[in-house]
Design a protein around this ligand. Structure first.
Ligand code: NAD
Length: 257
């Protein structure tokens, strides 16, 4: 796959899936723009390392995906955005009647509204370039639900719906929009849920991993960030030119149940 000359902007990419996707796209030859809300030396160094490893231009732009104006500034500062990967996301686990309002607002903003703002800002650049790919990192929770994750599930279902609309609005153009729906991938986001869930179910952290987290995943294996990255690269390949407005599950069979 040769993405040389394409610029990919990956939101929330100094860790986990976003970083895996950025590395996979850089490995396929794309110049990459990494992002998170922090502005540490190590963030910029991460981009430098990816640039050196894959021989591409790699930059890090700090922008807070909970803020619409920051989302739009990210795309503006990137200058080009042939491939937009809306990946930034957070999680909070609580019953709906105890769900903190500020957590609800933050999850809806970061996990869903950022995809709206970034897509709105990126589409004119894709149109100017005559080619574009919107890849939304949704979730198996964009297609199914679990208790205690109301905001996350609302946001991810929203992203799947928005993906379809973007695909219809760009259907006659060389632009596609799709959502990758991962099952559980062992990243800091998942690690952070284990202690809370253990408390909730009165289990050890090992029991939570096996019986709660991977309970929904028939393969009984975590998906990897490389597999999500490979799926994003596939969606940018000519084989995927007619794939638009859909979801691709990378979930070890979760949504087949
Ligand atoms: P992660 O915590 O490792 O990564 C999340 C990324 O988002 C980090 O780079 C973080 O810095 C960034 N981020 C958080 N808040 C931000 C903000 N306000 N502005 C900019 N960046 C921000 O988690 P992950 O598991 O890699 O999650 C990445 C995406 O994949 C999320 O959208 C998540 O919902 C989705 N996902 C994860 C899994 C899983 O099992 N790990 C499964 C399905 C979907």
């Amino acid at each position: 796959m040769n993405l040389k000359g394409k610029t990919a902007v990956i939101t929330g990419s100094n860790s986990g899936i976003g970083l895996g996707v950025a590395r996979a796209l850089a490995g396929a030859g794309a110049d990459v723009v990494l992002n998170s809300f922090t502005d540490r030396d190590e963030d910029h160094k991460l981009a430098e390392e990816i640039g050196a490893e894959f021989g591409v231009t790699a930059r890090y732009i700090s922008a807070d995906m909970s803020k619409g104006e920051d989302c739009r500034r990210l795309i503006e500062e990137a200058g080009a955005c042939d491939i937009l990967v809306n990946n930034a996301g957070i999680q909070h686990v609580a019953p709906i009647d105890e769900f903190p309002v500020e957590k609800w607002d933050a999850i809806i903003a970061i996990n869903m509204s950022s995809a709206f703002h970034c897509t709105a800002a990126a589409l004119p650049l894709m149109r100017k370039a005559g080619w574009g790919r919107v890849v939304n990192v949704a979730s198996a929770h964009g297609l199914t639900a679990s208790p205690y994750k109301s905001a996350y599930i609302a946001a991810k279902h929203g992203v799947v719906g928005m993906t379809k609309t973007v695909a219809l609005e760009t259907a006659r153009e060389p632009i596609t929009a799709n959502a990758i729906c991962p099952g559980y991938v062992r990243t800091p986001l998942v690690e952070a849920q284990i202690p809370d869930t253990a408390k909730k179910y009165d289990m050890t952290e090992e029991e939570v991993t096996e019986k709660v987290i991977l309970d929904r995943q028939p393969s009984k294996e975590f998906a990897t960030v490389d597999q999500i990255g490979g799926t994003a690269v596939f969606l940018c390949s000519p084989a995927a030119d007619q794939i638009t407005g859909t979801t691709i599950s990378v979930d070890g069979g979760w949504t087949a149940l």
